[in-house]
Design a protein around this ligand. Structure first.
Ligand code: ZN
Length: 414
């Protein structure tokens, strides 16, 4: 992949409309905007104005195939629009989680230390990366795209079981993270001789061993799917979360381990460059120098679903910064909420960008660690350990709880 490729990250079509309804309570959506984003005129304008070379488009959100059949045909019927313009198309496939409807009888769900399912989002549960049934299901989905006109496969949200708690005391994990399903229990027992620790604070050595098993499981999952994608000559990439955070512990994914299995990495972060030079992606350049895998950076300002449409100046800034730091920009084409309405980027309003201005880009790349003094109190850790799964599920599934704590989301991701 060329260094100077410009990505356009664009969730659209009927599947994305359905997914927004699945994730949120009574969202207002500009549906027309989501249905036009793969039209020839729209794509041609993104190429003209932003220099887009590659598109990431919605293929599968993880609904039951009977439900998302229409999503497959929506994008497949529009691939010719991209081909006419010489734009490469990457099929966006949701990673290890599914919308439960239609999959209720499946044995593939990740389990926490108390054998409970793990919420992904409203109506969606996390699936275990060690489940061969799920790996085969995803492999079949990829294989069905042989000779379809896609150039690549992209798998989003690579995570192993329950998320670790981002703030932990003295770098010591205390909340259960990962998966304790039957398959994982057997595999871990075989490789280590131990049971999966139910309490991460009890024996730090076994916990450390288990966390290693957890990242290896994620790498195994990604490497198997890479093999499948390669068998049909597709490029293959996944996203990774902001490398400023402790992703190995939070998601169970190790960038260093995954990189050799990928044609590119997509990093989503909250470092949208600004003109004061206080925020930016200098640290990604540093990372790129240490990895041989090309990087795309998709910076948000607040987070998915919280950003209103970016302006002309924002795009000039983003593209200039990417050029300056020699990384591939990924432009956010979708999931804007302006005045409370979900919509995709209104490309007709943008004029061709000019890069006359010189910016001062941030050179900050140190990472500020947050510390949570209250986690020193064993009783608080005990309460969090026991109620983390339930609280997470309530936030996702219960409208009142979600509304009450909506303010906390931008704080947690910032
Ligand atoms: Zn498992």
């Amino acid at each position: 992949m060329q260094k100077k490729s410009v990505g356009y990250y664009c969730w659209a079509g009927p599947g994305t409309i359905r997914m927004i309804h699945t994730k949120f309570f009574s969202p207002k959506i500009n549906e027309q905007s989501l249905l036009e984003s793969y039209d020839y005129d729209y794509i041609a304008r993104t190429q003209d104005i932003l220099g887009v070379t590659d598109y990431w488009v919605t293929y599968s959100w993880g609904f039951h195939p009977n439900i998302e059949k229409e999503d497959y045909s929506f994008i497949l019927s529009r691939l010719k629009n991209f081909h006419k313009l010489g734009i490469k198309v990457h099929a966006y496939i949701q990673g290890p989680n599914v919308v439960r409807e239609g999959f209720e009888d499946k044995k593939w769900y990740a389990k926490d230390h108390n054998n409970r399912n793990v919420s992904y989002y409203r109506n969606r549960d996390v699936v275990c990366v060690n489940s061969q049934e799920y790996r085969d299901f995803t492999a079949q989905k990829i294989l069905s795209l042989k000779d379809s006109g896609f150039s690549g496969i992209f798998i989003d949200n690579i995570q192993m079981g329950q998320l670790g708690m981002p703030l932990y005391y003295n770098n010591k994990p205390f909340v259960f993270a990962g998966c304790a399903c039957e398959i994982c229990s057997q595999k871990f027992k075989q490789s280590s001789g131990h049971e999966i620790p139910r309490d991460f604070e009890k024996d730090p050595h076994i916990t450390a061993e288990y966390l290693k098993f957890r990242t290896n499981s994620t790498t195994g999952f990604v490497s198997e799917l890479q093999g499948v994608a390669k068998s049909i000559n597709m490029q293959f990439g996944v996203n990774t979360f902001d490398p400023k955070k402790e992703n190995e512990y939070i998601y169970g994914s190790s960038l260093g381990q995954l990189a050799p299995h990928l044609d590119y990495i997509l990093i989503e972060n909250h470092s949208f460059p600004n003109t004061t030079g206080k925020q930016g992606n200098r640290y990604v350049q540093k990372l790129a120098m240490n990895l041989n895998t090309p990087i795309y950076v998709l910076p948000y300002k607040i987070g998915i679903g919280y950003d209103s449409e970016f302006s002309y100046n924002d795009f000039v800034m983003q593209l200039s910064e990417a050029e300056h730091f020699n990384v591939n920009p990924m432009i956010k084409g979708s999931e804007y909420t302006s005045r409370g309405i979900w919509h995709n980027l209104n490309i007709s309003r943008l004029k061709p960008l000019r890069y006359a201005k010189k910016f001062k880009f941030s050179t900050i790349h140190h990472i500020k660690k947050k510390s949570m003094a209250m986690l020193h109190i064993p009783g608080i850790r005990y309460a969090i350990k026991n109620h983390y799964n339930t609280a997470y599920r309530m936030f996702m599934e219960n409208r009142l709880v979600r509304d009450l704590f909506a303010w906390a989301y931008p704080l947690a991701v910032a």
